[in-house]
Design a protein around this ligand. Structure first.
Ligand SMILES: [Zn+2]
Length: 99
């Protein structure tokens, strides 16, 4: 866990690390509903805070290029199991999507 992630844990994660969504789309009509976040800790100790959609894509190796980019910008690395080079190429295109 890097510093950025440590602070998020202390302050409370409030947005999805893959799509950066913090509130539901209803904000457009004046309602802001926090999106539910799911938490995953891998056996190697990596922690993910993701919305249900991105969590499903993470564990099925089906993230989009942008989702991979956002995860890397939010402190994750290509050394992590779910972001490994066997699953995504250099620009983040999924090589073995399960869905
Ligand atoms: Zn998301």
């Amino acid at each position: 866990m890097n510093k950025q992630q440590e602070w998020r844990k202390i302050l409370g994660q409030h947005f999805c690390e893959a799509c950066n969504s913090s509130i539901h789309n209803l904000v457009k009509i004046g309602l802001s509903i926090p999106i539910p976040l799911e938490y995953l800790k891998t056996p190697e100790g990596t922690e993910y805070f993701l919305c249900p959609n991105c969590m499903l894509r993470l564990i099925t190796c089906s993230l989009s290029k942008n989702q991979v980019k956002n995860l890397l910008e939010n402190g994750h690395t290509r050394k992590e199991f779910y972001l490994h080079h066997d699953f995504y190429d250099d620009i983040g295109i999924s090589l073995q999507p399960l869905i």
